[in-house]
Design a protein. Sequence first.
Lengths: 80, 863, 196
Amino acid sequence: MVISSYVIDTIPEKCEEVSSILVTYPGVELHGQEKNRLIVTIEADSVDETYVIATKMALLDGVLNNNLIYCNFEDETLCD
Amino acid sequence: MELSRRVFVKGVAVAMAATAAGSLVACQDQTGSGGGGSGTGTDPGPSGGGAEAAIVKTKGVCRFCGTGCGVICEVKDGKLITVYGDPDNKSNMGLSCVKGLHLGQILYGDDRFVKPMIRDDKNTKGTPGGLREATWEEALDLVSTKLQDTWRNDKSRLAFWGSGQQPITEGYALAKFWKAGLLCNNIDPNARLCMASAVVAFMNVFQTDEPMGSYTDLDLADVFVTWGANMAEAHPVLYSRLTARKVSGPGVKHYDITTLRTSTSKTADKVLMFRPGSDLAVANAISNYLIQNNLYDKDFVEAHVQFKEGAENLGHAYEDGYDASDAGKTVNDVTGIDFARFSERMSTYTLEYASQISGVPAADIEELAKLFGDPDKKIMSLWTMGVNQHTRGTWMNHCIYNIHLLSGKISKPGSGPFSLTGQPTACGTAREVGLFAHRLPADLVVNNPQHRRYAEAIWDLPNEYLDAIEAPGKHTVRIFRDLSKGDIDFLWSCANNWAVTLPRLTRYLGKNPEYKGIIDAFIVVNEPYPTLSTQYADVVFPAAMWVEREGQYGNAERRTAVFEKAVDPPGEAMWDTWIFLQVAKRVLEGTMIGSTPAFDHLFGFVWDSATDDLIADQREVNRRLFNEYRIFSNPDLNDAAQAINKDSEGKFEALLKMENKQLAPYDEYLDNAALTWPVREVDGKWLATTWRFAEGKQSEGFDEVGIEMYGDAGKPGGVSFYKSAGKKPSAVFRPYEPPAEEPDAEYPFWFCTGRLLEHWHSGSMTRRVPNLDNALPEALLYMNADDCAALGISNGDKVKVTSRHGSFDITATTDQRVAPPAGMTFAPFFAEEALINLAVHDYYCPLSKEPDYKKTCIKIEKA
Amino acid sequence: MSIPLPSVLKGLAALSVGIAAGYQFFSTGTTRKALLRPPGALDEPEFLSHCLRCGKCGLACPYRVIKYDDSLSQGTPYLIAREGPCRLCDDFPCIAACPSAALAPVADKRAVKMGIAVIDRDLCIALQGMRCEVCYRVCPLIDEAISIEYSLRKGDSHHAIFEPVINAEKCVGCGICEERCIISDPVAIYMKPRGS
């Protein structure tokens, strides 16, 4: 299980809309919201999958920034 | 990833994001890493403010060690709210140790027994369950029936195990019931495990028990010698007094003679580390040095000392039949010898020989010997369990007395041998009241006809009534060895925890199939809290604790103190005197003494026939019991007793001199202060004695009245040992004989046991105090670091300790609070879960019957 | 699928900088006090940039005394000595478990520098003459990091003060003394973490 957290900046008027879409993504949880900032975690089976979901979030209409804060990938195997 | 780790990681993720997002989560102020502890705050001072009128203050004395610190209890709404040192008590002047500081909490553990408990299925013995609540009626009737049955059938099969923690009047009532009521000598106290060697030596040397000096000597000595005693932890406030003298007195020195470095060793000027058991040789070498170099006090010796040698090559009580064997039967034999012979016997103990046996450098022994040889040096010897819990413990006491008798350093302010008592009232109760298999009150013994006549006079018993108890009964180890074999049917105990504190528990607790007697025997325990002992009880009587009733303690310096009742016991718990007398009434039903019913004869004076119960006024019961008890040391209050004391009819050719332990009337202790006996009435005032047998003014604490009555004034040293045979204490030559076990390839380590400051004995009280439990939560095996390395044991590893007698698991430590030399180990006995006495042997001093808790041989393996 | 190592490290680097920046931001203008770090911890700024908040030190600790649940520490490990001090295990499993050397190996227990014990002279009962010195007796470096000094009790010629005295050079700050002190709310001896 790969666990990561993000701070997402949105256009203020779009914040509600963005957060309601985000939570429909698999493995995504909303933990807090203050003004136009959202705190979100993603739980996915792999880092690659995490990237896919995080990119989707970043490309949402109304999202200004998607900042990765923390990533734990101890369950992943490292090679190459 | 497991769920809990996942939750953790996610939490971290969220927290970091939240912080980064700028939303600071409110949190508690972190003051570094400290503060915010749990547990009750301890208030060392009096509680102030609030409704002052609602706080009641009572006077008391500490529940714990033999120092006997005075305390003040403060009670509000029926609950003890704080206890602090009594500034007016001369023993401690307001101070206490960390145990004493928490006295207010010992009554309030949440698992107090509040009703009598009965075990219906004896197969539940040894488990925490199996006890059900019962009424007092049921429990008292059951116990009384069982006791009466055994008593009538064969009274050698019943036993009482008493305590040096039972208040004086309770011990007295019990002794009277057992000795005069049941006519049974199978009653022995836990003090047998503690002070017996000291007591037997006192009687052998001085023909009177308890030290000549007092705590005042600590303020005046020039040299302190601690013999196998960790005073810093076992007598904390006394040690503070000793240390004050060291710090303030000019050139005051302290020699610590010990088998391992303790907290006491830390402040010593010199540590004489000796091989276990060889302390006999070290002491003899000092005596020999004094003789060989003509440094002994010739005038003193000529005036006051007689010499003896005794039975030797005693072997050890490996077998149950030891006491009855040829060696065992003759252990007390002594012959009078002259000084030349004594010197000749002692001459083997050269400095070199003692050094060879003990490992102590000869120069160190010589240095100490020279000090004893200096007539201007005031020297105080102090000892407790290292000397007493010793297979030659009585002899070791003798060896220390020999030094002080040869040098004349005894009964002088600041100078003298001071046998320290460990328990709060082993002196006041077990010894002075005579709760031993061979004793009667006030130093009297059962096998002396004059003594029996004297007791009969005071108890108003028919002539020769007590001849039925002329043969001493079973001592402690014998009681429990017999119990294990099924030869004891009824055992009753009070104010102790034998299932934790006896040695050789593997045998006594029925851990091997051969010794299952504990299961079938009917066992009664008076206890406030569930302990390992109550797990083996058939009946538990819920007992009042400490100041839940009025009581009295007599401490190590002969100071008798009253502790007032401060609060009521919880639930249906009752004080022990009430319990003893309720049983006595039932058991003695139908028995007559002369023409009166036995119970009325013995206890009518504290019984209220209207209510058919103990007199309701507890103070009055205490007063009457104490004032009867004190007749033993005030024979002028009883003509018949006085006649025997003075041998008016010339039948015995001896004076008893019972006044040598004179006690004041009860109200004197209540109204005025705790007093050191002998207490003398002079011009209407009761004056204490600080130095027994010493000439000087009674008002200054000297034994003026006693010497006037029985002694000779103007003798060398200004002393007169009027209670000793021929007024001459006996210096008895005692040789070195090896311990019962010594390390070998199979059991290569010495195992020493003892107490540490934070906990009292088996921890049944102090471990229920959160702060004390937190301060020392675990019993550890203190080991030498090199020994650990060689065994591959790291600090904090669990190890298994095995001896020839049993085994237990414990955590090992190389922390240096107790610093054993290579080959030595130490553990305290306060933790039931590290039951060290499973492995400790029960071989005892043949004279005192006190077991040696300091010298079991063990092996250690990583668990 | 596997993760290319370089991108992991790049990510970590970015993370560290971010956290260090965050610390700088939050450490100014707040009343945040220093935390008692596990043994072997680097100085605080380096520690914060090395610590991965992975939680492995806490798992490795056999006494389970390492805490993380306070968000102010941003998931970094710390101890509350009063509840769970460091026992200075011979093999320092916490240090062995740390993947980023935020907890760096120490030569032995004497080389640990978690902090220094401080005695509150108003609260310590030993200073009043009571026989306590629990802190002294429980110290794993007894007679080195802590010792007893004896003096006469004021106004009492019969009794001595047994004063526990900390040797600031030798004290490693494990916190066992604070855990065991018999005075509570507040304790009479407490850890001053390194860096405070």
